[in-house]
Write a protein that binds this ligand. Structure first.
Ligand code: ADP
Ligand code: GLC
Length: 471
């Protein structure tokens, strides 16, 4: 099959979270199965600077954006994972420091930026030879593609994957002309949403198949509580909605070969390997070497409401009283950055906080931490719980969405139900207690480290969906 993915992130060239990781690994896994796969992104400044083989092609696409005739040049390259990358050049939109916005908020023209992107990708798909059969859009930034295909009766099948329903691409109705769709599409049966326009809603209603990134989240988003206002449209598409758990890039996240670690290790040498990595991590983060004897708790996260950071901040005094160390790597909302910096200032011998985006440090935290905390309020899938299991950092997770689907309580990690500090604390304290039983702890680490989280085993589920669309 010939599939063109449309998404706003691709690791390592343009990443803010798990979306980029999925877009790096899933297309490559499909390609390894013999499919023709490419990915189309905006030509961000970062992408141009970091994907060295990206070249301008003679291809251009033309889009009339709310009365402005605009053309875009198409660039082409090959990702680290061997997948063809197309990039849509339009410097006034994409030649910026960040993908979506700066510290003071989202870019003011995100509607124009991403609607231009979707429309350009649709035009590009029409000119490609051989022509893709399936356009696979991801999240709101690409969600206009299914309505465009439907409205234009274009010769493609469309799939939409929802990585996070909390971000929908909601804009004032006045921006609707940017879509290029007939006024009829700004109605409740289509993109209209409480007097505004909602791009993700349009994608959900018009895609031939809708997927999300875990079976648990697929069930949750049909409920009013977790449906973020879109449970109605999702219920209307229930027949074509599937939850497929994400996989991981098992080569990039492999403690036996990871080039960023102080020492490589596998399940047979987990205790010695983690001891060395923990010592190196404490040193790197300026924590006292004596902390190595205590359990070390790790967190790596976008610092947003979603990630349950309040629970950790609330429980921290009790956990620190028990002697644990705590390391956090993250960036995001200023209020969380402040709160974590404060905690580190109050407990400089037990807590280290690194604010920023730092991929090598993320790997070293997985390798050095004994426990990994993911008390997310909600979590469509989550990738860090897989990475931590693979690195022998036993995860403590809130039993929601993909976290509930991926961690087996008492076997390879700890889950807690009910979003409360008390339940989070109880689970973490049980983990700390088990940590003192070296034999059982190692069993738990080994259970996680020897599980197969690879994309190879998920790919047949995507193939089924594509086959259903093209037969
Ligand atoms: P989400 O996509 O909601 O942020 P995931 O768990 O799916 O959550 O994916 C997060 C990804 O981003 C992981 O690869 C994680 O290691 C990475 N990540 C998050 N914050 C940082 C950071 N500050 N530095 C490095 N990597 C980070
Ligand atoms: C989103 C979700 C996360 C998921 C990732 C990749 O960012 O928040 O749970 O793992 O997308 O699908």
């Amino acid at each position: 099959m010939n599939i063109l993915f449309a998404a706003s992130e691709l690791t390592p060239y343009a990443k803010t979270g798990g979306l980029g990781d999925v877009l790096a690994a899933l297309p490559a896994a499909l390609r390894a199965r013999g499919h023709s796969v490419s990915v189309a992104l905006p030509l961000y400044r970062r992408l141009r600077e970091s994907l060295a083989n990206l070249r301008r092609t003679p291809l251009t696409v033309a889009v009339e954006l709310a009365g402005r005739p605009l053309t875009a040049r198409v660039w082409q390259g090959v990702s680290r994972d061997g997948v063809t990358v197309f990039a849509i050049e339009r410097d006034e939109f994409f030649d910026r420091a960040n993908l979506y916005g700066a510290a003071d908020g989202d870019y003011f023209d995100n509607a124009a930026r991403f609607m231009f992107y979707c429309r350009a990708v649709t035009e590009l798909a029409l000119t490609l030879e051989p022509r893709p059969e399936i356009l696979h859009a991801n999240d709101w930034q690409a969600a206009l593609i299914p309505p465009l295909v439907r409205a234009g009766r274009l010769p493609f099948k469309t799939a939409l994957t929802i990585h996070n329903l909390a971000y929908q691409g909601i804009f004032p109705a006045a921006e609707f002309p940017l879509t290029g769709l007939a006024g009829f599409y700004l109605k409740p049966h289509a993109l209209e949403y409480h007097g505004r326009m909602n791009l993700l809603k349009g994608g959900i209603l018009f895609a031939d198949a809708v997927t999300t990134v875990s079976p648990g989240y697929a069930r949750e988003i049909l409920t009013e509580q977790h449906g973020c206002g879109l449970h109605g449209p999702l219920a209307a598409r229930r027949e074509v909605l599937t939850g497929i758990l994400n996989g991981i890039d098992a080569d990039r996240w492999n403690p036996a070969t990871d080039p960023w670690l102080a020492a490589n290790y596998d399940a047979r040498r987990v205790s010695a390997g983690k001891r060395k990595n923990k010592a190196a991590l404490l040193n790197e983060l300026g924590l006292p070497p004596a902390l190595a004897k205590q359990p070390l708790l790790g967190l790596i996260s976008r610092l947003t409401e979603q990630k349950g950071l309040e629970l950790v901040l609330d429980a921290a005094p009790e956990l620190l009283k028990r002697g644990a160390g705590l390391v956090l790597l993250g960036s995001g909302d200023a209020r969380y950055e402040e709160a974590w910096r404060d905690l580190a200032r109050q407990h400089p011998r037990q807590v280290a906080v690194s604010i920023g985006f730092n991929e090598p440090l993320a790997h070293r935290i997985e390798a050095g931490a004994d426990l990994f905390l993911m008390p997310s309020r909600f979590e469509p899938c989550g990738l860090n719980q897989f990475y931590s299991m693979r690195y022998g950092a036993v995860p403590v997770v809130h039993n929601v969405g993909g976290l509930g689907d991926s961690v087996a309580n008492g076997r390879d990690g700890f889950t807690f139900s009910g979003y409360h500090t008390a339940s989070f604390l109880a689970a973490t304290v049980s983990a700390l207690e088990l940590f003192n039983n070296a034999r059982r702890w190692k069993e738990m680490q080994t259970a996680g480290m020897t599980r197969d989280f690879s994309w190879e085993q998920r790919v047949p589920q995507y193939e089924n969906i594509y086959q259903g669309l093209t037969k």
